[in-house]
Design a protein around this ligand. Structure first.
Ligand code: HEM
Length: 468
């Protein structure tokens, strides 16, 4: 069977199993609707409820469900929620539309007020704002993150964490034959690596005693509740918030925990910076200093929002990417061999203290390795840490695909689906194949425009950590 068909069947089977266990009557109706008049696997458009039931039934598997529907619908579809909810969605993974939304007509597609409400915990920070304020804050954030002292500081933190925490932990697990959860390990690693340059203090989640990681779990909860808020009508999650039930109750607990963590880290930061000399040195202490010393940012609420936004931007992105890289390497030993071959000329120049000692590669030794980068891009193609983006339509517009959008419509751009479209990546789109990123002779990386490979976003709001 063709891999794509296999995947489609797997997704359908997963959806069917879920429906069987939860909504038997609805299941019968949905299958009937699906078979009789819906060959292109578009969600059934029910009277009154429109496509909302299909979304709810597929909530557990929404990214794969979108991929299935987008593949069957030519990369775009519309979905409306029940009347009165104001939910008018246009879902797309079409590169031409993406270029229009993120670059050509960028100002007509802000994140919008609903996005800011969904991520209210980061209210006022770069992650949730648009327009001139966004441009100014972005310039400031980019300036701090790309300044030589900060680049050097982040690189030093990373090396230190790898050498003194991560590798000893791996070695210990291996020597006593203990299995471990790679995703948890990467989450701990990236939490420390995000927080240490931010506060100048290491929270120590990756220390050998593996302390409780409630605060990292609280960050996961923020993202899970954010996902829920994206896909149900605003009136629904706002009511749940008022009643303090479901994901909203968990979110409130997570907010309290995150605020407590930040207050604690800011206290520790204060004690830490007291020991450091003059102002010039303080500028280079941590990421927070240039903001706290700037009157435009001297506001506790805004500082908390920015800290949470930064932690999510740094931890979730790299943490999930590393986890997926290890997952795919475990499935593909031949790829591990190619990476080893690429590293071996560098390894041979290093003199290890003992025959069995670990060899550590420096950032400047690995950053030009073409195949290693291809592995990174291939991972981000299939498993983008931000699986979808959300935009609002400021004024009526026509997409390059011909779809007409009205003021106030919501656009969901499915990055997860983009990497899985035969029309974009070819017949082997579902295969993990770093070679697709290499030039004919294998010595260079192929150029792929960001509106086709959206993992780092595209246009004026591209991630400052874009590495293409
Ligand atoms: C694998 C690594 C990364 C990926 C795939 C990635 C991806 C992205 C994406 C998709 C966005 C747009 C989010 C949105 O507008 O909704 C973004 C924005 C951003 N990222 Fe990254 N990122 C990565 C690493 C990082 C790291 C390590 C940092 C900071 C240390 C960072 C800082 C930011 C910031 C500050 C923004 C906001 C830019 C803006 O809104 O104008 N990113 N990133």
């Amino acid at each position: 069977m063709h891999t794509r068909d296999h995947n489609v069947n797997r997704v359908l089977a997963a959806r069917d199993a879920h429906l069987h266990s939860t909504l038997p009557l609805y299941y019968l109706c949905l299958r009937a609707g699906y078979r009789s008049n819906n060959p292109a696997v578009l969600p059934t458009n029910w009277p009154t409820l429109h496509m909302f039931p299909s979304f709810v039934a597929n909530l557990h598997n929404l990214h794969d469900y979108f991929a299935l529907v987008l593949a069957g619908s030519g990369h775009n579809f519309r979905a409306h929620g029940p009347p009165g909810t104001g939910m008018r969605l246009f879902v797309t993974c079409d590169p031409a539309n993406i270029r229009h939304i993120f670059t050509t007509n960028y100002t007509n597609f802000p994140k919008g007020a609903e996005f800011a409400a969904i991520f209210d915990i980061m209210g006022g920070s770069l992650f949730t704002i648009d327009g001139e304020l966004c441009r100014q804050q972005r310039a400031k954030v980019k300036g701090v993150l790309s300044s030589p002292w900060m680049v050097a500081r982040i690189a030093a933190c990373c090396r230190d964490k790898v050498e003194n925490n991560l590798l000893p932990l791996f070695t210990n697990m291996e020597s006593i034959g203990t299995p471990f959860d790679m995703q948890e390990m990467m989450s701990r690693f990236m939490f420390d690596l995000g927080a240490t340059p931010l506060f100048g203090v290491d929270p120590g989640l990756l220390s050998s005693d593996m302390p409780p990681m409630d605060v990292a779990v609280a960050m996961d909860t923020v993202m899970e509740a954010g996902f829920f808020r994206h896909v149900v009508p605003a009136s629904c999650w706002k009511l749940m918030r008022r009643l303090n039930i479901g994901p909203e109750r968990k979110l409130r607990v997570a907010h309290t925990m995150l605020r407590g963590f930040i207050v604690d880290m800011m206290e520790r930061r204060k004690i830490n910076t007291c020991h450091i000399g003059n102002d010039e040195e303080q500028e280079g202490v941590d990421i927070m200093s240039p903001f706290l010393n700037d009157p435009d940012y001297a506001n506790d609420e805004l500082a908390h929002a920015m800290i949470i936004g930064y932690m999510l931007a740094a931890r979730d992105t790299v943490g999930t990417t590393l986890t997926w890289i290890f997952y795919n390497l475990a499935q593909n030993p031949n790829i591990v061999s190619i990476i080893r071959n690429e590293l071996s000329p560098i390894a041979s120049t290093k003199v290890a203290a003992r025959a069995d000692a670990m060899v550590i590669f420096e950032q400047n030794e690995t950053k030009y390795l073409v195949y290693l980068k291809a592995v990174l891009y291939e991972t981000l193609r299939l498993y983008p840490p931000a699986p979808f983006e959300r935009k609002t339509v400021a004024a009526d517009d026509i997409m390059p695909s011909g779809h007409e959008l009205g003021t106030g419509d919501t656009i969901l751009i499915s990055l997860h689906s983009m990497g899985r479209m035969e029309g974009i990546w070819g017949k082997d789109c579902l295969n993990y194949n770093p070679d697709r990123w290499l030039s004919e002779d294998g010595n260079k990386l192929r150029y792929v425009p960001s509106h086709k490979f959206l993992a780092f976003n595209s246009g004026p709001r591209m991630s400052p950590y874009e590495v293409c």
